[in-house]
Ligand binder design. Structure first.
Ligand SMILES: NC(=O)c1ccc[n+]([C@@H]2O[C@H](COP(=O)([O-])OP(=O)(O)OC[C@H]3O[C@@H](n4cnc5c(N)ncnc54)[C@H](O)[C@@H]3O)[C@@H](O)[C@H]2O)c1
Length: 298
């Protein structure tokens, strides 16, 4: 099949591209290299088409999304703290850019699987979080993802097949430091023999899901019979940031005590998915365990 991956040079996108190539598909990557790196695609670059384009450019998107079976839309600005500083830019890329893809899907008749985020939920009292819980993002980045979901519903009503995946906290090789990269940040400190720095009191709870499991959810969502849905993609388990730091220190066998620092603006307290809908809808389940991955990398 013929697929386009927007944001294909980024963390999630490049892992997804590798999975698609492995499964014998024809892939075009669209990425303006804002954050992504072409090196992330080194292993498959001979087998794919790479286009340095901006998703905000409707005409070039339209031109390059003809006769395709589906578009995996991953491109976005992704740094929560930056979204407070430049909210308009976040809206332009994440919302207007996404609407371009939905519009073209309507015109050219292809299915879209796109990256939403658990950030649409904001603070929730009850965990695990089900898809129908109230959406109340607490930062402009999360708001852009909720705006995308509203657009997805609008275009779904026009007959476009759109699946939105609400990723929880992703970890894995190739993660950028700025975004949700708490594991990468702790690891960098531990490697230098320094204690990890925790923002806030460390009681924040996170559901860490491996990037290869995210790639698989995208693929299975695309080839599934499901036409329209918003689905959680997490493990259904969680760990507090303090426990995570202690676990990483224990694995490193170093004698370190985590350093507490000021809480981050727009940081969510509790995030843990109920992932049964994704399991049921796409026959998907997470394969990689956080503990095993940490043993491997620390
Ligand atoms: N990493 C996570 O934990 C996480 C969690 C929830 C949701 N998400 C979402 O998953 C998607 C992928 O995230 P990621 O972690 O791989 O981030 P990333 O920054 O590594 O990848 C995003 C890619 O989009 C590209 N891009 C940005 N603006 C663009 C534009 N205007 N035109 C074309 N390309 C553009 C970047 O260059 C980059 O390669 C994003 O939509 C993000 O919001 C990620």
């Amino acid at each position: 099949m013929k697929f386009v991956v927007t944001g294909g040079a980024g963390f999630v996108g490049s892992n997804l591209v590798k999975l698609l190539v492995k499964n014998g598909h024809q892939v075009t990557v669209i990425d303006n290299l804002h954050k992504g790196k072409k090196e992330n695609l080194d292993k498959v670059i001979e087998k794919i088409e790479f286009l340095n384009l901006d998703i905000q450019d409707y005409d070039s998107m339209e031109k390059n999304m003809q006769d395709v079976d589906g578009v995996f839309h991953q491109a976005a600005l992704t740094v929560v703290q930056d979204s407070f500083r430049i909210p308009e830019e976040y809206h332009n890329v994440n919302v207007k850019g996404t609407e371009n893809i939905f519009k073209i899907a309507h015109k050219n008749n292809f299915k879209v699987v796109y990256a939403s985020s658990s950030s649409v939920y904001g603070h929730q009292k009850n965990i695990p979080i089900l898809e129908n819980y109230e959406k109340k993002p607490i930062n402009p980045y999360g708001q852009t993802k909720l705006d995308d979901e509203i657009l997805a519903e609008k275009y779904s009503k026009l007959g476009v097949k759109i699946i939105g995946l609400r990723y929880f906290n992703i970890f894995g090789k190739g993660q950028t430091l700025e975004y949700a990269g708490v594991i990468t940040k702790f690891l960098d400190r531990i490697r230098e023999g320094k204690a990890p720095i925790i923002f806030g009191n460390g009681s924040q709870i996170r559901d860490f899901i491996h990037v290869e499991d995210i790639a698989a959810a995208n693929y299975l969502g695309m080839i599934s019979n499901v036409s329209n849905s918003h689905v959680n993609v997490g493990t259904g388990n969680s760990i507090s940031i303090l426990e995570l730091a202690k676990l990483m220190i224990k694995i490193s066998k170093l004698d370190l005590t985590p350093i507490m620092s000021e809480a981050l603006e727009g940081d969510i307290e509790k995030s843990q998915s109920d992932s049964s809908l994704a399991r049921k809808s796409f026959d998907w389940k997470p394969e990689r365990k956080l503990e095993e991955w940490l043993e491997e990398i620390v």
